[in-house]
Each structure stands twice: as C-alpha cells, then as structure tokens.
Design a protein around this ligand. Structure first.
Ligand code: 5AD
Ligand code: SF4
Length: 480
C-alpha cells in the first residue's frame, strides 16, 4: 500500500512542479510514507526521523529551507503530536490528504508547520494516474479500493485509513489499459479488502443485485452492502484487457470468496492461481476475540471449496501469535491449521497492541513478550516445513515464469516468478523464440519463459531452481 501511496503522492507533486531525487543530500523536501500497523513499523520511522532532524540541524546554514514531512498512517494516528510535541516534522498528510500536499508544502516554506489529517468517505484518487516505480517497469500495483470497515479487534487500519470505499471501475480499467500499452506484464490489484470491492458509481452498467456475496459461514460486523459492481465484475473486466498480462490481487478477506470469484480465477488463464487467505489464528476462540467473523471450521471449509474449484492453487496467509488471551492450546491449534492447509508463503507477526482498537479498550494484552516471540518462532518453523513440501512438489513440473531480472546471487542467473508467485532461478542464456525455430534471442525482464524445475532449495526463502529451459513464450495466453 505504501508503494502505491508513494506513487500517488509523487504524481500529485510532479504535477505541482517537484522533481524527484534518490540522493538525500540533494533533497529540499524529504517525505516519509509511513505504516502504523505494528509498533515496530513506527519505531523504524522514529529512528529515521531522528536521523533526518540531525541532518537538518547540520545543514541549517546551506539549506535553511529543508522540509521533513510524514505521510500516511502514522500522520493520521499521531496527528499534531508529531508537529507540536516532537518538533521533528514540518508537514503532515494523512492517507486521504495527498492532494493537499502542494499547499501544505508551500505553507511549510513560509515557516509554518502544516497538517491535513482529514479522512474522507470518498477519496480514491481515481483521477490521479500514479507514477509507477517498480523495477524494470514490468509489474505494477493498481489501487482499487481504500480503507476498511471490518474492525478486527487488534487492527489500527480502520482508524488510520478510514472507511471502505471503492475506486470506480472505469478509472481502474483506464489505468490497466495504459499499463498494458506501456508493456506492463503483471498487475497487482491493491487494497485493504480487495474482494469487498463494490462500485456504486456505475449501477446502470451491471448490477449483481440482492447478492450478499459472502463466503459460506462468514459474517461481518457491518450491514452487508447490496448492489453495485462486485469484485467478480472487476476481475472479469480487468482480465479481459490483455490476455498476456498476469492479474494478482492483495489483500483479500476470506469472507468475500463466493464461488463466482473462484470460478473466474479458475477459468481465466491470466488470473494467477494464488490466493492470499489471512487466517490470523487457528483457534475459533481467538478468532472470536479477534472479531474475524469466522470459525476455524468455516475457514477450513473455504480452503476445501477453493481447492475443489481451483485445483493446484497456491495459498498464503497472515497469522498473529500471542493475541490477548491466547493459550498454549490455541497456539497448537494455529500450528495444526498451518499443517492442515499447507501454505507456500506466510506473513507471521507477534501481536502488538495498538491504541484506539477494540482490543486496547476491552482485552488484556496478557501474553508475555518472550512467549509471543517463542510462539512466533515455532510458527515460522512449521510454516517453513510446510512451504518446503508445497514447493518441492513442483519438482519435475514445467512452469511459466515471468522474468524479473538478474538473481540476487549471481549475474549469470536470472529470476522470475511462476503463476503461484514462487521464485524461480535459472541461468542467463539465449533461447529460441519458438521451439524448433533457429533464431536465438537473449532473455530479458518482462519475457515469459518455460522452465522445467529440476531441483529445489531452501534457506530463508524457498526458491526453485530449474535445469532445463524450454523456450521463450511469446503468447502465454495460447497455452503450453
Ligand atoms: N499486531 C500484530 N500484527 C498485526 N496485524 C494487524 N494488526 C496487527 C497487530 N496489532 C497483521 C495481520 C494483518 C497484517 C497486515 O498485519 O496479520 O493481516
Ligand atoms: Fe485490519 Fe481486519 Fe481490516 Fe485487515 S480486515 S485491515 S486486519 S481491520
């Protein structure tokens, strides 16, 4: 989200005449795009701010106008505390206030500290075409919705990013078409709850009326929205723009996976068969305290349904260890859920209490830090074992890989990702543009290659290493 927010803020500033530098000593304005989700994320920013203010003091003489700004969730959470108490920052802009950045900066230049932390019910930056920054330009994030109405009891996001709202479909399609014209090969649809997408601005267009679209056995804390264009409508339209463009999405909520969405993922070749399914815990008791709106059983039923409709799908997840009241038994249930599902990627965190949340007001953060940490380490190790099994099952298979560039380890190797988002490393070599054609070409980033996986390796991350490159694929939609 922060990469995407940076691209939006940057587009607004570029229009206002700013130019970007990656060299800190050259900058007149330094903006930090921040996250508040856990204490650790904020600590990183505090350290950075201390470093920047020391720099500001040191260059007071030759750069008296150097401005420091904080953007995003931390600006929203701490509001004027950052301006008044800490005196580290000149400009503050919350996640819905990036349009105001040129004005805020101009006030900053007149020696005033300036802030806008108003949250909006409508802002989606629909008309701001982000300046995409991703390496080599072959994959891009496209923001489709902002905010969250779920109010999970541990989570600060609904308070820092505001109410859920969807960007109009037409503007998303326009951006994806533009990216396709620029040669972008992979788009990740982005939002806090992408599959809760509902565009009410174009009801005349398609209307899936009356359908609640919730996964079976799931409920919400808010009244279910009705009508409008749904995530399945969006996926349908986006995936038709360019059959050679891979479509991914993150982060979805398990409650919004009706069969229509799953069937579409299965049917369309260019929608990646990889689903992020944040579970958070394997214990129904903890899930209830987290206000997730589902039980362990409902989650496992959903996994079964997903696997039935999309055989071979890769699943990833988020988990929190040591949430309020979590017992050793609850933790064991989480470990057993991870074993039962067999994810190939996990984002695992120790619980970090956040002010304003339901848990902060009503529950006890009663799991000691060393216990949270020990449970986290146990979870990481079970995850690694399971992920290794899932990935090793690819050995012997042929994978369609979108090339990203040189591998980190060697300039003789390239790396890319398969449809399931698993990293694949292979030698840099020339390939026939089509099997049995003599013409050889070098492989470059943005190419699709067919790779036969011969062995896997895992250290920290799991990688699959090929041995025999089959060919460069000009039109992956035609299949292989
Ligand atoms: N403490 C730890 N992890 C958290 N997450 C959200 N809030 C917290 C918190 N207070 C995790 C959840 C979420 C991911 C983005 O961050 O797992 O899915
Ligand atoms: Fe936070 Fe829950 Fe919303 Fe995700 S769904 S952003 S965890 S409140």
């Amino acid at each position: 989200m922060n990469i995407s927010d940076t691209e939006i803020a940057w587009s607004i500033l570029q229009k206002a005449g700013y130019s970007r530098t990656h060299e800190l000593p050259e900058a007149d304005v330094v903006l930090l795009v921040t996250c508040s989700i856990r204490e650790k994320a904020e600590q990183t920013i505090w350290n950075r701010l201390k470093h920047l203010t020391a720099l500001k003091k040191r260059c007071q003489k030759h750069k008296p106008l150097l401005k420091i700004g904080v953007l995003g969730c931390m600006a929203e959470r701490l509001k004027t505390k950052l301006l008044e108490q800490e005196k580290l920052v000149d400009v503050l802009a919350g996640p819905d206030a990036y349009r105001d950045l040129p004005r805020l900066l101009s006030l900053g230049y007149r020696g005033q500290r300036a802030s806008n932390v108003l949250l909006s019910l409508e802002e989606t930056y629909a008309d701001v075409m982000p300046v995409h920054q991703t390496p080599e330009g072959h994959s891009a994030f496209v923001s489709i919705m902002r905010g969250c109405d779920n109010m999970c009891s541990y989570c600060i996001v609904p308070f820092t990013r505001g109410r859920e709202r969807s960007r109009p479909l037409s503007s998303i399609l326009e951006e994806v078409r533009m990216l396709s014209d620029q040669g972008v090969k992979e788009v990740t649809l982005l939002g806090q709850n992408v599959n809760s997408y509902r565009d009410f601005s174009e009801q005349h267009f398609i209307c899936s009326e009356g359908s609640t679209q919730l996964s079976r056995g799931f409920k919400t804390v808010y009244r279910t929205k009705q009508g409008g264009l749904l995530f399945s409508d969006l996926l349908d339209k986006v995936s038709q723009i360019d059959p050679d463009m891979r479509i991914r999405f993150t982060s979805p909520h398990p409650k919004d996976f009706p069969d229509e969405v799953l069937q579409l993922i299965q049917e369309r070749r260019n929608i990646c068969k990889q689903i992020h399914l944040p579970a958070q815990s394997g214990s129904s008791r903890v899930l209830h305290a987290m206000r997730r709106g589902y039980t362990r059983e409902a989650y496992l039923d959903l996994v079964e349904n997903i696997r039935e409709i999309i055989p071979g799908v890769n699943l990833s997840s988020d988990f929190i260890t040591g949430f309020c009241g979590e017992t050793e038994e609850d933790h064991q249930e989480t470990l057993s859920l991870v074993r039962e599902v067999g994810y190939n990627v996990g984002f695992l965190f120790a619980y970090s209490m956040r002010k304003k949340t339901h848990a902060y007001h009503r529950l006890q953060d009663d799991v000691p830090a060393p216990v949270k940490q020990r449970r986290l380490e146990e979870l990481i190790s079970v995850f690694r074992e399971e992920a290794a099994k899932v990935n090793m099952a690819l050995i012997g298979s042929t994978q369609l890989v979108l090339v990203e560039g040189e591998s980190k380890r060697s300039s003789e190797e390239l790396c890319g990702r398969n449809d399931g988002n698993v990293k694949v490393v292979f030698p840099k070599t020339d390939l026939p543009i089509q099997p049995e054609k003599p013409q050889m070409v070098p492989i470059t980033s943005g190419d699709y290659v067919l790779v036969k996986v011969n062995y896997g390796q895992h250290d920290n991350k799991i990688e699959l290493i090929w041995l025999c490159l089959l060919s460069l694929v000009v039109n992956p939609a035609a299949g292989f």
